[in-house]
Ligand binder design. Sequence first.
Ligand SMILES: [Zn+2]
Length: 96
Amino acid sequence: MATYQYRCDQDGVFEVRLPMGAATPRWTCPECGGEAARSYSAPMLALAPRELVTEIDRAEKTRDEPAVVTAVPPAHGRTRRPATASNPALQRLPRP
Ligand SMILES: [Zn+2]
């Protein structure tokens, strides 16, 4: 279900809960019975989980202010071994 917003010329804005995609351009006003036009508003992001909002804000920030890396990240205890040590097919390749 989604909440759709309609605006009546006499009674103002009211909301109607309908299945997704079932909204029509016009709806009957519950107050006066007249025709109300559908109106659009910003999504209600205040109801979104805080972690989601934080990630959206961080993703949008990287668009204009990307994080700059100035050094190679630490290996965290992992030692880098050449691929030839574990793959016998690579050991037959010519060496520089
Ligand atoms: Zn009305």
